[in-house]
Design a binder for this molecule. Structure first.
Ligand code: HEM
Length: 182
């Protein structure tokens, strides 16, 4: 009987080297770009929103809600919930959450850059870079069969935590400081 793939190659952390290295390079590249380029203040009007800021705030809130669906569906996939949620829910809520962040982060990086004059904005800017780095590492680690069992829960958990921090330092701040403006 031929040994299965898992039996042949025992999980080892070295297989995580490339995903973590590439993820780290993404964090660095976004951070350097965010500091090196001159913020343009460029903003596009989006139908249904009064300005770029409320658009960003609501898109980020959408990504935040989808991230919660991600965590709940992941708990179900790991048999921690006692109910079965189809894995497709996890995959698609993750993809949609990621896509919703792209126009927001594009505006943040291109129009505003990495700012550190206010602790909230510094935390936000660093979390923004970290989010894409850890997301990249998770996506690169996902197809690998010989990564340690904790890889996806830890990288998924870090991506979720970063997104919650991004939401708290931006949308939640906006809702409490400005209100539920569209
Ligand atoms: C990639 C790195 C990122 C950097 C450097 C960055 C930077 C910034 C900065 C400097 C502001 C203005 C803050 C202020 O003056 O109030 C801002 C606003 C905002 N950012 Fe980001 N951001 C990043 C990623 C993200 C991501 C990934 C999201 C959403 C998932 C996001 C959501 C928002 C929202 C909703 C606002 C508007 C509310 C506010 O002004 O705080 N940002 N960002």
């Amino acid at each position: 009987m031929t040994a299965t793939y898992q039996q042949r190659r025992s999980p080892s952390a070295t297989t995580l080297l490339v995903p973590l290295l590439v993820g780290g390079l993404v964090v660095l590249a976004l951070g350097v770009y965010g500091r090196a380029h001159t913020p343009t203040g460029f903003a596009v009007g989006v139908a249904g929103f009064s300005a770029a800021l409320p658009m960003k705030v609501w898109l980020t809130t959408g990504a935040f809600v989808l991230a919660i669906v991600q965590v709940v569906s992941a708990l179900s996939m790991w048999g921690k919930l006692g109910i079965t949620i189809p894995p497709a829910v996890h995959r698609w809520s993750g993809r949609l959450a990621f896509v919703l962040t792209i126009p927001v982060a594009f505006h943040c990086l291109y129009a505003l850059g990495l700012q550190y004059d206010v602790p909230r904005v510094l935390a936000h800017s660093l979390l923004g870079c970290f989010f894409y780095g850890v997301f990249t590492a998770k996506m690169l680690a996902l197809p690998k069969r010989d990564t340690p069992g904790w890889t996806l829960p830890v990288l998924g958990g870090l991506a979720f935590t970063a997104l919650v921090g991004l939401w708290l330092t931006s949308s939640f701040w906006f809702f409490t400081a400005v209100g539920f403006k569209v």
